[in-house]
Write a protein that binds this ligand. Structure first.
Ligand code: WT7
Length: 668
């Protein structure tokens, strides 16, 4: 494992550093932006650094608490408790406090909370009062279905207002939500429902994607055949006028709109401990089994609230559009909890960016007057490829700030984004963080940071980040691993049901009080961070995190497959593409039909996001004498590079043969 990690980090670092070293462009904040920015004074860094606990406590104090905390931080490495003894409810902070007049709160009762457009062009606006009513009502509906504080609820919905309402309704009664991205397959959904022992599933009959109906309820039906924990299913009817084809099981399945008709209007919010679980979100790691990342209430809200205000320079009049699906952490933190705790107007869109045309996003920005736009590098690279004419057709003059998240952004994409979308007047914030970190960790502050294309720049105030080498020595200038050296409020608390894995995965590379994110990074002379990608067996395909082992287990699950090794190679748009090397069983015959069948099998086991770009059959896989597959060499083949060190191979002819074969296929 150690050698693999090192190999990959060295490989990525040497190739990425070459590009980044040539990158000298700098973009200081414009005087106009700076003048109006939420943060204008660099002293915020030093102040937070001197006393991070006070810094975070000041942010927490701006939230609405039911009971004050007794102690800011209880740090028993690697376990942290923030705002100990404090009582708080997330839905109250995202909704109630905006509709209650007075007491220092802005009254946002009639302000748009959610502005939504569906892929076919249907739209809805919910004011904060509307959202308050819907959340209360649905919270009561959940109670009627016997959901209690601490119960887990799985959410498998398209990007519609109900996705947000469902999360907040769970939070209101103290149920723990586990949102599963609608692009995951029935089997992936089943595993997640099962791991969390969810009692109820919230889904829709379907959602729209590129003009097609994605039949979510059908997937739920398949998934819960093997999930005895699930007692009820709630179904959102995506389109009121159309006839529904989905199956409704009497007694178990309930239509959302029917429940809402019968539910009481007001639901008292549950008094939650700051450390009570708010949600579980599954993410991929280095094993075949996804990890249920646990986030709690008080610290998480504090982290997402602070970063929303400062990183996005949020103002009362902004229309904030984060394009992430609610199935990912970006959707949790910067569609739901951060912006709504801030009383922002959040825009959400259901469908694809190229439907019906490649200017859909730009038309939406124009139509709804979006001012802050936050998306992923893979999307930006797709826009670049589609051509400048698409954004040029729309009026994007309302935009005032752009964000990027999910993977390293190459300088070309950064500059294109700044020029063609931001028209040279919007700051670009490249924000580095993870499902595990809960909130943005390394990022510019748009009013004070001089940005550099490809660099996420500096740790957010109150966050301590460093570059360490294998042994844990600090590297001031140069490449290494990123490390977080102090606890922070939105940090994960554990892996659901597997605290041991929490400790070994994140807190055991160096000392047990230093967090290991698994990213390679370079630090320049000015102390800015340049992220280089993962150093473990986790891939980043189109901004989605997928473990090589997950795809391997999906492949070996197929009856024709004896063994599989999965690696990724660079891809112009997706960042990384999946390449699988497969050894077949005796009886199986290679064919293009089988390739298709294996691809479909991976889609069935995980979802379309994990579909391999290439599958190569091989009589053997390169192994060490102790029988370990050398993925490093397979990566060299997939990247079309010269093969690295082969001295530990059991049989060097295997790899030579594979390389030759791969090149033949590539060339044909
Ligand atoms: C991994 C986390 C954070 C929300 C979306 C992804 C990569 C994320 C950046 C960035 C370079 C980035 C890292 C990280 N990543 N943002 N701005 N620059 N890399 O969340 O699925 O938990 O993935 O995404 O490799 O470890 P996630």
């Amino acid at each position: 494992m150690e050698t693999l990690v090192k190999d990959k980090s060295q490989k990525q670092q040497s190739s990425s550093i070459d590009v980044l070293l040539q990158e000298g462009r700098k973009f200081p904040p414009s005087p106009e932006f700076k003048k109006q920015a939420n943060v204008q004074d660099v002293s915020v860094y030093a102040k937070a650094d001197q006393d991070p606990e006070t810094f975070w406590a000041e942010w927490a104090a701006r939230l609405e608490w039911m009971k004050p905390w007794k102690k800011v931080l209880d740090w028993n490495p690697p376990h942290a408790k923030w705002f100990v003894g404090g009582k708080i409810n997330a839905s109250v902070n995202c909704v109630d406090r905006h509709v209650h007049a007075g007491e220092g709160h802005v009254n946002r009762r009639n302000k748009a909370a959610i502005v939504w457009e569906g892929e076919p062009g249907d739209s809805r606006t919910l004011t904060y009062w509307d959202l308050y009513r819907e959340v209360n009502c649905f919270a009561n509906a959940l109670k009627q279905l016997d959901v209690r504080k601490g119960d887990r609820v799985a959410i498998y919905l398209p990007m519609t207002p109900e996705a947000i309402i469902a999360c907040l309704a769970c939070a209101r009664i103290g149920a723990v939500h586990s949102v599963v991205f609608g692009g995951f397959s029935a089997e992936a959904l089943r595993d997640r429902i099962h791991d969390a022992q969810a009692k109820l599933v919230i889904t829709a009959d379907y959602g729209w994607r590129r003009g097609k109906q994605i039949l979510l309820k059908n997937a739920v039906d398949d998934a819960i055949k093997d999930c005895p924990s699930v007692k009820h299913v709630v179904i959102v009817k995506r389109d009121g006028s159309s006839a529904t084809t989905c199956h409704v099981k009497e007694g178990r399945d309930h239509w959302w709109h029917r429940l809402m008709q019968d539910a009481e209007l007001v639901c008292e919010p549950a008094e939650m401990d700051a450390e009570d679980m708010l949600y579980i979100l599954y993410t991929s790691g280095t094993t075949g089994k996804p990890k249920g990342i646990v986030h709690t209430t008080g610290g998480y809200l504090t982290g997402v609230y602070a970063t929303t205000q400062w990183v996005f320079d949020l103002k009362e009049e902004d229309v904030f559009w984060c394009t992430a699906d609610i199935g990912w952490v970006t959707g949790h933190s910067y569609v739901v909890y951060g912006p709504l705790a801030s009383g922002a107007t959040v825009f959400i869109y259901e469908g694809a960016p190229d439907w019906p045309e490649k200017d859909r996003f730009w038309k939406l920005i124009e139509k709804y007057g979006v001012t802050i736009f936050y998306t992923a590098p893979t999307a930006i690279r797709a826009f670049m490829k589609w051509g400048d004419e698409w954004p040029a057709r729309a009026n994007l003059s309302t935009l005032r700030l752009l964000g990027s998240v999910g993977e390293p952004i190459n300088p070309e994409a950064w500059v294109w984004y700044q020029h063609h979308i931001g028209k040279g007047k919007c700051p670009v914030v490249d924000t580095w963080w993870q499902t595990e970190t809960g909130s943005i960790m390394i990022t510019p502050l748009p009013g004070i940071t001089t940005t550099k294309p490809g660099s996420a720049t500096k740790a957010f105030p109150g966050i301590s980040a460093e570059v360490l080498d294998e042994m844990g020595h600090r590297i001031d200038v140069g490449g290494g691993y990123v490390a977080i050296t102090k606890p922070w409020p939105a940090m994960l608390r554990t892996i659901y049901g597997d605290d041991e894995r929490y400790v070994t995965q994140y807190w055991s590379k160096w000392k047990n009080n230093v967090y290991f994110p698994g990213d390679g990074v370079k630090r320049d002379e000015e102390g800015d961070f340049w992220f280089l990608g993962r150093v473990d067996d986790v891939m980043n395909v189109a901004g989605h995190r997928i473990g090589t082992m997950e795809v391997e287990s999906a492949l070996v699950d197929h009856h024709a497959v004896a063994e599989a090794a999965v690696v990724s190679r660079r891809h112009d748009v997706k960042g990384e593409a999946i390449v699988a090397f497969v050894t077949l069983r005796e009886h199986a015959k290679k064919s293009s039909h089988l390739v298709q069948d294996l691809r479909d099998h991976v889609v069935k086991k995980i979802g379309a996001l994990a579909r391999p770009d290439e599958i190569l059959f091989s009589a053997d896989l390169p192994k060490t004498r102790s029988g370990k597959i050398m993925r490093r060499l397979l990566r060299d083949i997939a990247e079309g590079k010269a093969l690295g060190d082969m001295t530990t191979l059991a049989d060097p002819t295997v790899i030579e043969h594979l390389k030759q074969k791969y090149e033949e296929i590539e060339g044909s």
